[in-house]
Design a protein around this ligand. Structure first.
Ligand code: ZN
Ligand code: ZN
Length: 364
């Protein structure tokens, strides 16, 4: 099969604006799957890749939270077939490394080994890399077979797209990392796509008080619709305000940080009770130094944990999430505050920087 041209959002260099242009995809080789995208969410990590906070080889097609339909499969691919609806999995596990052996597939040492591959070319013949493996900001993509998972029955592709990053991450932060138990109080910092998924997941876990924190007062309505019982506008006194809201001013049982900044991580930790747990989901830069003194670490007996991809195993967790969607406990449509085309992605980045809205969804 000859190469075919599709439209894509290309990052030519770190810091450059995304360019919407035609790219040429190769024929579907052995062990590869070609997917026609139905929808792709714009995640904060795409912004971080475009501005250099996170790095992958460039030029690249970004986009890692997507779903679509299989349009061709290469030799040896058996778990999906032509016409199947699939979720893209940007962090496929190899099954062979130390972490995969421990069952910690979200820490797979080889998850991003495909990011350096050349998967397509620009119209003038320049090599293109697939961003975080799956290059979802394009009408079609070609990925390794382990980067696609069948969409569970009855889940629309626009919902399935969000499962691929924001929802697996947010749900996993609550259920696998922080392990929120019924009746516990939870504070959620940052009401973007992941924060909204965290709020809904805390509600599913049966959390009692759920405090949402954001710099923007416009997020209150979205946060409350997702399960927040209280809303606090971020300020220098946020931790104190959260402690005041909780029983006997002890602080929340669990804080989940979805921003990735030193000040929010520190505030999240400060807002928990003695013995409380803080999970950091946000991805910050090396310049974000968080400091603690030795005495407070002892005195408060708190825990601070990192969390990668929600400590999720997509193959195990997607059917569980689908069940929550079918039962109406998880409402992914409410996370989407904007439906855009590929050319709307730069403006979606600007909104993210300005702290506006929930998830922007590219609908093809
Ligand atoms: Zn993401
Ligand atoms: Zn592995």
């Amino acid at each position: 099969m000859a190469r075919t041209r599709v439209r894509a959002a290309v990052l030519s260099a770190v810091g450059a604006p995304l360019e919407i242009t035609g790219i040429d995809l190769p024929a579907t080789g052995p062990g590869r799957v070609r997917v026609r995208l139905a929808a792709a969410g714009v995640c904060h990590s795409d912004l971080s890749l475009s501005n250099g906070t996170m790095r992958v080889p460039v030029p690249a097609v970004l986009g890692h939270e997507g779903a679509g339909t299989v349009v061709s499969v290469g030799e040896g691919v058996t778990h999906v077939a032509l016409g199947d609806p699939v979720v893209l999995n940007w962090a496929p596990s190899c099954g062979d490394c130390h972490h995969c052996g421990l069952g910690e597939v979200w820490l797979c040492a080889n998850a991003l080994s495909g990011a350096g591959d050349v998967y397509a070319r620009t119209a003038d013949g320049t090599d293109l890399h697939p961003g975080l493996n799956v290059a979802a900001f394009a009408e079609e993509t070609v990925v390794a077979a382990n980067c696609v998972l069948p969409v569970p029955d009855g889940i629309p592709l626009t919902d399935a797209a969000l499962l691929g990053c924001a929802v697996l991450t947010g749900y996993g932060a609550v259920h696998h990392s922080a392990r929120v138990r019924a009746g516990e109080s939870v504070a959620v910092f940052g009401v973007g796509g992941v924060g909204l998924a965290v709020l809904q997941s805390a509600r599913i876990a049966g959390a009692g008080q759920i405090v949402a924190v954001d710099v923007s007062p416009e997020k209150e309505e979205l946060a409350r619709a997702a399960g927040a019982t209280d809303f606090v506008i971020a300020s220098q006194t946020t931790a104190k305000e959260i402690r005041k809201l909780t029983g006997a001013a002890q602080g929340v049982d669990v804080a989940i940080e979805c921003v990735g900044r030193a000040v929010t991580i520190r505030t999240a930790w400060d807002s928990t009770r003695r013995g409380g747990r803080t999970t950091v989901v946000g991805i910050g830069g090396k310049d974000q130094q968080v400091t603690f003194n030795a005495l407070e670490i002892f005195h408060f007996g708190r825990t601070l944990s990192g969390c990668v991809y929600g400590n999720s195993d997509p193959a195990r967790d997607l059917p569980v999430l689908a069940e929550h969607i079918r039962a109406g406990r998880l409402d992914l449509g409410s996370m989407v505050t904007e439906r855009i085309g590929l050319d709307g992605i730069p403006a979606a980045f600007d909104n993210m920087l300005a702290g506006k809205g929930g998830r922007a969804l590219v609908v093809f």
